[in-house]
Design a protein around this ligand. Structure first.
Ligand code: ZN
Ligand code: ZN
Length: 171
């Protein structure tokens, strides 16, 4: 029954290579950190933007299916979780749809993995913020304007990486 397990997974995202993604991701974060002279809040914003652009490029080919399955918050929660799995190799540990917000939590997030931020960056550092940019772009492909931010990050010492996504308008 392995096929059935993947039947939702592939139509909306295909499969990505985590090692290739992380190599680029960390190289980019380090580069930005040097460029922004240690301003991790600025790096986080840049990281979000990079995720958005990468999401736009990668997911455009799946836009019909993203639109088909992501008709409402519950549908989007599944679609985004499937996309996350195709990148990270696992689904979120918790996904909750509450009062117009989708909350995603990963207690063993493979994106930050064992990356630990230097103490001085912990307050503003959000290593997995590219996921939020990707999610916003996927919502756009589904026909919604959205906001998404990483509100907790394991690399900053939190117990999980937490992404909170809100639909702000239907396009
Ligand atoms: Zn993470
Ligand atoms: Zn994180």
């Amino acid at each position: 029954m392995a096929l059935k397990k993947w039947s939702f997974h592939y139509p909306v995202s295909g499969k990505m290579n985590l090692d290739a993604f992380l190599s680029t991701h960390y190289a980019t974060l380090n580069y930005l950190l040097e460029k922004e002279e240690g301003n991790f809040a600025a790096v986080t914003k840049d990281g979000w933007e990079l995720g958005r652009k990468a999401g736009a490029r990668f997911f455009i080919r799946f836009s019909d299916d993203i639109k088909k399955y992501g008709k409402d918050l519950n549908g989007l929660a599944k679609v985004l979780n499937a996309a996350y799995q195709s990148l990270s190799g696992k689904k979120f540990d918790k996904v909750a749809v509450e009062e117009g917000v989708i909350v995603f939590e990963d207690y063993k997030c493979p994106i930050c993995g064992d990356y630990v931020m230097p103490e001085e960056f912990k307050e503003n550092g959000r290593v997995c913020i590219a996921i939020d940019g990707i999610f916003v772009e996927m919502c756009s492909l589904a026909g919604f304007n959205a906001e998404s931010w990483e509100t907790k990050c394991r690399a900053a010492g939190d117990e999980c990486c937490r992404h909170e996504l809100k639909i702000t308008a239907k396009k």
